[in-house]
Ligand binder design. Structure first.
Ligand code: UDX
Length: 439
């Protein structure tokens, strides 16, 4: 692959825009990242990274000569050959994607004389590329190529996912643009898959929906395991050894959350529904995932004989470990459900930023798991933080009103917890009763 340094304007300094910008700069390109939020740009210009993503701060610092940040679209586009759109596309009331931020970027491209390609990384409905193409033509930018280059980066390992991806998907309106975007990735270790624009747009939605389906499938199996006496961890391990199925995304738990799976599965469902097709499998996936945290609370309620006035410790708040992201985290549904049942909710999380909105403003935050668990009637592991391996469980259990632990991520060793005096509940496995009496 030819490695020609290019001038790239990135629109959007969120997770995707910053990771894309930093990685392109690292590959040798000159990059300007533009965002509309003054505080975000101020922090970036001061050398701070406004989000938590391992390795991103170092990458930005190491490439600061080739990486600038601005509020001004014109400045970002000065000399730019390629414009990357990485803005958010939140759902509207109808479940369609709100593309207004994408359109306002397209609007600003008229002032970019050197521009040869526009690339969308944001997740968009299939067909957006055709609309962008028409908008570019209408704006007198018929000579500017268009490509869809969806991202598949997972939070917490976004930099590595970008630089060593399973594949780079490029759907371009013409061969020259496909070649340009391919060359832009020279140095990235991963195969390039070139396809039509519509197919590239669909790959992103379909891949996330299939991953969400895999998680939901194992959560359904877990429920059947609970009813029949099988152990979902043993079942998942043996299923995953079949190379046709693979071991990934077979971890039963409280359901998927985050900025992608919930939003993208609903977007795909809305897209199918708009064309009159009820995507029933996806409907079920979404419904089961909504149910998953509620089922956990119901099981806890049964075990405790009611939740009113019970003190419950939530261990973890973020949607997964290794991130500070609370978006669509099952913890919010869990906290809100517990509060609706008049429980007293105490939380711990090593990374989540202080959250003052509901339901968190009605909960108490603690600096350690042990403190959150003190005097509690039950503790619920919501996020599989490695810090939980360092807890002195026997001591924490003794400080509880009742040593009951619901491991919503099957993250801990059941036998060790039972030996530490806990009643240990988890997902898709039998409940273990304490092996020793702690008081
Ligand atoms: C995901 C995709 O992995 C990524 O390709 C896409 O670009 C964006 O969405 P992310 O949301 O960062 O990335 O997190 P991921 O690690 O995929 O986990 C998503 C959710 O599924 C988390 O809530 C996680 O706890 C849950 N999950 C994951 C399970 O419950 N079980 C599993 O086996 C795997």
């Amino acid at each position: 692959m030819v490695n020609t340094p290019r001038t790239v304007a990135i629109f959007g300094a969120g997770y995707i825009g910053l990771v894309t910008g930093a990685c392109f700069a690292d590959l040798g390109h000159r990059v300007t990242v533009r965002d509309v939020q003054p505080e975000r740009i101020r922090l970036l210009n001061a050398g701070d990274v406004p989000i938590y993503e391992p390795g991103l701060g170092d990458l930005i610092a190491a490439n600061k000569d080739r990486l600038t940040f601005t509020l001004d679209a014109r400045e970002a586009l000065k000399g730019a050959e390629i414009a990357y759109i990485c803005v958010d596309t939140p759902p509207t009331a109808s479940g369609d994607a709100d593309l207004s931020r994408v359109w306002s970027v397209i609007e600003s491209l008229k002032d970019a004389p050197h521009l040869t390609a526009v690339v969308i990384k944001s997740t968009v409905p299939v067909g957006t590329g055709d609309r962008v193409r028409a908008a570019l033509d209408e704006a007198g930018l018929g000579h500017v190529g268009y490509a869809s280059n969806p991202e598949f980066t997972a939070e917490g390992k976004a930099v590595d996912d970008f630089l060593r991806p399973d594949r780079i998907v490029i759907g371009a309106s013409d061969a020259a643009t496909a070649q340009l975007v391919t060359e832009l990735h020279a140095g990235v270790e991963g195969p390039v898959q070139t396809l039509s624009v519509a197919s590239a747009e669909m790959v992103k939605l379909a891949a996330n929906a299939l991953l969400a389906t895999k998680i939901t499938f194992i959560n359904e199996i877990a429920t059947v395991c609970e009813a029949t006496g099988a152990d979902v961890e043993q079942v998942a391990r043996a299923i995953g050894m079949d190379h046709r199925l693979g071991p990934h995304f077979l971890k039963a738990g409280l359901g998927y959350g985050g900025s992608c799976f919930p939003k993208d599965s609903r977007a795909l469902r809305a897209m199918a529904s708009n064309s009159g097709y009820p995507f029933q499998l996806l409907n079920s996936v979404i419904e089961v995932n909504d149910l998953q945290p509620r089922r956990a609370i119901q099981r806890l309620k049964t075990e405790l004989g009611g939740l009113k006035g019970r003190r419950v410790a939530l261990l973890g708040m973020t949607f997964k470990a290794g991130t500070d992201d609370l978006r669509e985290a099952p913890s919010a549904v869990i906290a809100a459900r517990l509060l609706a049942e008049s429980a007293d909710v105490h939380c711990w999380d090593p990374m989540a930023r202080p959250a003052d909105a509901a339901p968190w403003n009605s909960t108490t935050r603690h600096p350690s798991p042990a403190e959150a668990m003190r005097d509690a009637d039950a503790a619920l592991v919501v996020t599989e933080w490695p810090d939980l391996n360092d807890v002195d469980w026997a001591a924490a259990g003794r400080a509880m009103r009742r040593p009951l632990l619901f491991d919503g991520r099957n993250a801990l060793d059941p036998d060790a917890l039972a030996a530490a005096g806990f009643t240990y509940m988890s997902v898709g496995r039998a409940t273990l009763r304490p092996r020793v009496t702690v008081r």
